[in-house]
Design a protein around this ligand. Sequence first.
Ligand SMILES: *[C@@H]1O[C@H](CO)[C@@H](O)[C@H](O)[C@H]1NC(C)=O
Ligand SMILES: *[C@@H]1O[C@H](CO)[C@@H](O)[C@H](O)[C@H]1NC(C)=O
Ligand SMILES: *[C@@H]1O[C@H](CO)[C@@H](O)[C@H](O)[C@H]1NC(C)=O
Ligand SMILES: *[C@@H]1O[C@H](CO)[C@@H](O)[C@H](O)[C@H]1NC(C)=O
Length: 611
Amino acid sequence: MVNLSVQLLILSFSVIGIWASPSLHSRVIHEKREHVPHGWERSRKLDGSTILPMRFGLKQSNIDRLEELLMDVSHPHSPNYGKHWSPERIAETFAPTQDSVDSVIDWLDSEGLGRDRIKLSNSKGWIQINATVEEVERLLNAEYHVYTHIYGNQHIASSSLACDSYSVPAHIQEHVDIILPTVNFDAKVPPPRTASSLSRRAQRQGATINSFAKSKGKVELAVNAADPLATCNEQITPACLRALYNFTYTFVATNENSYGIVGSTPTLVSIDGGVAQTKEQSFDFNGESDLDLEYGMTLVNPQKVTLYQAGDLVEGASFNNLLDALDGSYCTFDGGDDPTEDGIYPDKAKGGFDEPESCGIAKPANVISTSYGSQEPEMTASYQIRQCNEYGKLGMMGVTILYSSGDNGVGGPDVCINPRTGKETASGTRFDPVGATQINPNATVNDPESACEQVIFSGGGFSDIFALPSYQAEAVTSFLTNHPPPYTAQQFNNSGKARGYPDLAANGANYIVGIDDGFELVFGTSCSSPVVGSLITAINDARLAVGKSPVGFINPTIYLDSFQSGFNDITMGGNQGCGTPGFTSVEGWDPVTGLGTPNFGKLLELWLALP
Ligand SMILES: *[C@@H]1O[C@H](CO)[C@@H](O)[C@H](O)[C@H]1NC(C)=O
Ligand SMILES: *[C@@H]1O[C@H](CO)[C@@H](O)[C@H](O)[C@H]1NC(C)=O
Ligand SMILES: *[C@@H]1O[C@H](CO)[C@@H](O)[C@H](O)[C@H]1NC(C)=O
Ligand SMILES: *[C@@H]1O[C@H](CO)[C@@H](O)[C@H](O)[C@H]1NC(C)=O
């Protein structure tokens, strides 16, 4: 009798044990990181009681139709060209099914994370819950560690928390895209709360997010008022760019039009054509934003420029912060940025920066230029695909997104991929990366430019994650067939099926930028992207003035044969990196300077002729 009841007791305990344990459901690994990204080191385990702000990105409906729907409004040959969608229609079309919402909530509830703690975002895209490390480790069968990263020689450290892999019950997998924070190095380590300080913001700068600009240091202005174009080979000014890119235009529809430039913490400077700020003075702090805004604002004047101060890039899942702001359906945070942690914008006093966003309340600008980026191998494919889909939705809304393609040729910043894995180093870029060119030494604004080979090398190559889009197929196939690069699959994705980048280029050398109280010579695809953004903003202005739509997702258009006269093909220079000469600029599209640099006058005519 005694024995029996003990046995029964044990039996019932073990039954309870099984039911309470996630191991009863068959589990599948949902995401796994192959390696720790360059420069990161595991430092310690996280305390089990630390609270993690968990976010479950639900599978979206119709997402497999995104590319088709995007092409429908973006391809000039489509009858719906320019008929962009409203944010509401987009949110509705891509909202996850009620079944996905219910399944994930039931799962969390069955794991003891009570329903009352769970929040569903307005778009139904995300389920959020604050849970302890202990709870999350059990839920996801994962182990969290703190990782630290020292950034370059700037004595800037950042830390992130991450796990190596995580799993979910098999029946949940089909309902979830991604769970954050997990394997990607984009999550700050809680609790971070002490008095806000500049140095702490600085600490989080730059780890996986690189600002694509380099300075050669302070210089004297060489520009000669009598002949402002004579020194363009030494110092680029807005006048040089106007001459290079056939850019003369008077803006008309400035109230309807908009142009946004993405800034990053720490950029605590108020910028108005090179004004001095007093808190922090160095290129690392101000250079990138000064550059972007000085050129962007000058070239589109009097068009207002919106600065998207994307809060804290490292912690806030990087560009996800920006996406939150622009697109409510993406919003991952309840209240948007944390005022004690994030940037000090808007600066209402200067130059017309609009009120920045919090969560889904900012109407996206028609053109958004970003001069920051990270490396493709540093984030998982699901993470990047989800983000890419969000850029696709913005394209459907008529927004043109421009990204710098990086400054390290075929390599990343101080990093190339282990050849054993066969993976190429692709600077993490999506949609419209802009490469860099230069005016050759002693050449003038009337001579052809080369790929930039001073201080920086234009980022370019082929993706390991994103497939060759239809609009680019002819250009890439022609490049690989007629100019086969002297490399194998060890160096790059030579399958002929991979997305090539950049799409186009603009000057990225010798920009004269007012930073703090002097001038510096700045190099980078960071220079190129806002310049192209300014030109597209002018084209939007002209189209809006005649009652047409903004140009939106430009890729299917710029690759058309009929548009090639709108570009100056770049056929000199290369983008060395990883101990190789990299790729070479050739006639037609190439993975150094894309289709070439813009000829504004001709592009304007071409785009005005479209419906
Ligand atoms: C998580 O905690 C933060 C900070 O206390 C709070 O602002 C947020 O609303 C919480 N989120 C959820 C989903 O409860
Ligand atoms: C540029 O011109 C200067 C002066 O004429 C000359 O000394 C220099 O070698 C030239 N540089 C190149 C790269 O041709
Ligand atoms: C090359 O790109 C294709 C198309 O995106 C992809 O299927 C393949 O996995 C890539 N190869 C490597 C080695 O990453
Ligand atoms: C500049 O653009 C105009 C159209 O506005 C065009 O007629 C002209 O040919 C272009 N100039 C060059 C040098 O391409």
